[in-house]
Design a binder for this molecule. Sequence first.
Ligand SMILES: Cc1cc2nc3c(=O)[nH]c(=O)nc-3n(C[C@H](O)[C@H](O)[C@H](O)COP(=O)(O)OP(=O)(O)OC[C@H]3O[C@@H](n4cnc5c(N)ncnc54)[C@H](O)[C@@H]3O)c2cc1C
Length: 383
Amino acid sequence: MVDFALSDEQRAVRDWVRTFVQRELVPLEPEVLRRERSGEPGISREEARALQFKARESGFWGILTPEEYGGMGLGAITASLVEGELGRTFVPFRFGGSADNILFHGNSRQKEQYLLPTIEGERISCFAITEPGAGSDARAIRTSARRDGDDWVINGEKTFITQGNEADFVMVFAVADEGVTCFLVDRDMGWKSEPIQTMGQWGPAALVFDDVRVPAENVLGEVGGGFALALQWIGQGRYLLPSRAIGSCERLIEMAVAQANSRTTFGEPLAERQAIQWMIADSAVELQALRLLVLHAAWQVEAGQDSRQAQSMAKLYGGVKANEIVDRVLQIHGGMGYTRELPIERWYRELRLLRIYEGTDEIQRRTIARNILKGHVPVAADF
Ligand SMILES: Cc1cc2nc3c(=O)[nH]c(=O)nc-3n(C[C@H](O)[C@H](O)[C@H](O)COP(=O)(O)OP(=O)(O)OC[C@H]3O[C@@H](n4cnc5c(N)ncnc54)[C@H](O)[C@@H]3O)c2cc1C
């Protein structure tokens, strides 16, 4: 049976988030743009927290966090719908109550010190594997961890670490004699961070570890078991990145439609021109194809199936198509599309990141092709 209908719960959650975005976030857009354009964060941590607590009053807290940790424990399909609705605005917001999936592997002390305060939003985490010499090829990391009595001593440099300048602690991956190991390292243990300017609003950071001493009890999981944890973190929700792009593309295409209907050139609205109609048609078809790829990946996650191929496909297609769509929408707006009067250029810069982080286009293609060439995944439909 193929059934495209949402359940009553999925519909109710999606509609609640849609109203929240419309009422609470969209009105902030002009101020967010103004602030970002004068070099400030679009939304302060306190403002984001206030919005998160407002949503919490209606039960929206920890979308994917298990109920035993105070979350909603929603399934992947519903989480994807939530992300899609949040993507309809560029106001940088996510619901509170969540933490990195690998922190759930901590022992009871680590859960107390790192997991629970992160869920509550009292502490900020960051995940650091990328180094100046190792990005796509994560196995080439060189940051070292040397055992010294009851401690480990960490040396090395990490780069492009999201929230690296704001974080209170880092989940850092370093090479020990036993193999790659993950350490929970508080900022006051001595690592330093330096923000990196990017073309988007994301300000990742470079982190430096210079003889940073970490107690042995701060190893997350097993010594030598870090690489599996890193893969688990990266794979936690690859379908969620293109889910957000779905909402952004919806909003952008709606802007293009309004512009095509209202702008007249040579005595006729743009909407009458085949060149413009085709751009809108192609964008609508690709958006629908993206939705189906994303929902299929989310459905596999929820069903507990191996979803890696479907997630890679959704991430790749989402990155490529969202960038083509925003480019067309900018084109339909002509000179205005290129200005800072409109948010299109902001989306243009933000969506570009989707083709790079958490596995570039090329790395997704490499994974997809390998799975097919080695016969791990059939070319024919397997559902
Ligand atoms: C804003 C931002 C936030 C980020 N956040 C984090 C974070 O929180 N934590 C973290 O650890 N990292 C983070 N990253 C790092 C990100 O995951 C890497 O930038 C990404 O994996 C690519 O690695 P690289 O930049 O070293 O590029 P490289 O690996 O040097 O690749 C350069 C180019 O070569 C291509 N390429 C590489 N290998 C192959 C191949 N085998 N075949 C074909 N083409 C290939 C790539 O696709 C890319 O186009 C972030 C990056 C950015 C920009």
